[in-house]
Design a protein around this ligand. Structure first.
Ligand code: UDP
Length: 501
């Protein structure tokens, strides 16, 4: 009997964050959809592997070709709280600490690759490293196996993040001060960036500090890869891709959006319970989904504001009070995912003093306050959602646009300021309400912005934003169409080329 041909093996090395692990998992599923005859191993720390295992178990018929490989990691060895293996619930400085600690996975990863290569051969193995785990490329090179990078962010955000972190164009080197407005190398001269587009820790980088050096070395490692897979759609990020391609000078495959397929196959904002599940993270929901849908069902189409700042970021205590007052002032229905404000234990219990006295009682009819974690995917799929007040994390952006929901931006970290800028200037689907932890906004201003974006009057700003978000949703759906869509074809192209020189 003839032996079955050996399967090619793709090894994925995601960064340790919800917003990176989940897109990698979706990428693995998509790859298997194109080619069943692959083995895919996702490598990470034990806790993240456990979470991925439950995310896979929650989906229909777990594929036997996806393997999970835990590498030893003890967060307390790196000055982090016990069981801190991803960014969830960590403060900004702890997130930096985790980034540093991620480098210690290199030795066990190298050991693992050595075992795989000796049993399967170099030509059968390909490594895809997160751009934040650039050392994976070096490991691949040292064994002579094929290697690629993957960014969970968009093209514009990635290009701006890398260019600003590497060139520090916002600093006037003569006097050490910052420019209010500056040009970012790689972007057109007409595209000016403001210092307020840059997240706080990066704004303070001067090229010599520990984290400038860490970022610089991490991003320069990626220059050694044979190509970049980007979690975006060719048609919606035209400028960002042009800049990224010019800057990186390696092939860029747009394979996004890496969000659950059900969000891409149902009609825009069409019904109640979507069958899409948010339980991908192993997180405890702060509300029963049925209660949430019952409440959403009682509202008219496109009337509810959804508010969430993602899995890592939170606003300050004073901003939380400002936002609560603004929501009350707006009188618009809302679902607000409340997490402990900045500076408090991110895993701690809810404290009533974080919200204005009597707020939860007063808004009982107007809104739902969800503590901790909400079923975001299902909420955004609901027809009654009219806008999303978001930190502009890239997954949230795609989840929102895939449902034709415009955004109100409040960037809080990493590349979110650049995402927000792109969503406003390039796509016209967002209005920025506030930025970072230092914005103070009056309740009148918050109420005004919410009312503008939820306004459905034909020809008004809210209506135009919704139309643009709907068009973006259609482009996103078209991109994943089997045999036709740009993202579908790009992934096909990558898979036919990734094991060749
Ligand atoms: N998310 C969720 N419920 C919440 C908050 C976040 O399901 O209450 C999910 C959201 O759907 C998205 C991810 O967490 O998939 C957040 O990723 P994003 O890139 O938007 O932001 P990050 O958390 O990485 O800053």
């Amino acid at each position: 009997m003839e032996e079955a041909p050996q399967r090619k093996h793709i090894i994925m090395l995601p960064y340790m964050a919800q917003g990176h692990l989940i897109p990698f998992l979706e990428l693995a599923y998509n790859m298997l959809h194109h080619n069943h005859n692959l083995n895919i191993t996702i490598v990470n720390t034990p806790l993240n592997i456990t979470n991925l295992r439950s995310a896979i178990a929650n989906r229909p018929s777990p594929p036997s070709q996806i393997h999970l490989k835990p590498l030893p990691f003890n967060s307390t060895d790196h000055g982090l709280p016990p069981n801190s293996e991803n960014t969830n619930g960590l403060s900004a400085s702890q997130i930096m600490q985790l980034l540093k600690a991620s480098v210690t996975l290199e030795a066990p990863f190298r050991q693992f690759i050595s075992e795989v290569v000796s049993s399967e051969g170099t030509s059968m193995v390909c490594i895809i490293s997160d751009v934040l785990m650039g050392w994976g490329i070096f490991v691949a090179k040292s064994f002579g196996v094929f290697s690629y990078s993957f960014t969970a962010s968009g093209a514009y955000g990635s290009a701006a993040f890398v260019s600003i972190s590497q060139n520090l164009p916002h600093r006037n080197m003569a006097d050490g001060g910052t420019y209010d407005e500056f040009h970012v190398p790689g972007f057109p001269e007409t595209c000016r960036f403001k210092i307020t587009d840059v997240a706080q820790p990066i704004r303070d980088f001067d090229g010599k500090d520990e984290f400038s050096r860490l970022f610089k070395s991490k991003s320069s490692m990626n220059h050694e890869s044979k190509g970049l897979l980007c979690n975006t759609v060719e048609e919606i990020e035209v400028l960002g891709l042009e800049v990224l391609r010019n800057y990186r000078k390696i092939p860029v495959w747009c394979v996004g959006p890496l969000i659950p397929p059900k969000m891409l196959t149902k009609n825009l904002g069409s019904d109640t319970s979507s069958g899409v599940t948010s339980q991908r993270s192993g997180k405890q929901l702060g509300i029963q989904p049925e209660k949430c849908f019952e409440w959403l069902d009682s509202h008219a189409s496109r009337t509810v504001l959804y508010i969430s700042f993602g899995s890592e970021n939170t606003i300050s205590e004073t901003q939380m009070i400002d936002l609560a007052k603004g929501l009350e002032e707006s009188k618009k229905p809302f679902i607000w995912v409340v997490r402990p404000p900045f500076g408090f234990d991110p895993k701690g219990d809810f404290r009533p003093e974080w919200l204005p006295f009597g707020f939860v009682d007063r808004v009982k009819k107007q809104g739902l306050v969800v503590y901790g974690w909400a079923p975001q995917l299902e909420i955004l799929c609901h027809r009654s959602i009219g806008a999303f007040l978001s930190h502009c994390g890239w997954n949230s952006v795609f989840e929102s646009l895939s449902q034709g929901v415009p955004l109100i931006g409040w960037p809080l970290g990493s590349e979110q300021g650049y995402n927000a800028k792109m969503l406003v200037e390039e796509m016209g689907v967002c209005v920025v309400l506030a930025r970072w932890l230092d914005s103070r906004i009056t309740k009148e201003e918050i109420s005004r912005v919410i009312n503008v974006v939820l306004d459905k009057s034909v020809g008004r700003k809210g209506d135009l934003m919704r139309k643009k978000a709907t068009e973006a949703g259609e482009l996103i759906r078209a991109a994943v169409e089997i045999n036709k869509g740009s993202s579908y074809n790009a992934l096909n192209d990558f898979l036919t080329r990734c094991f060749s020189n």
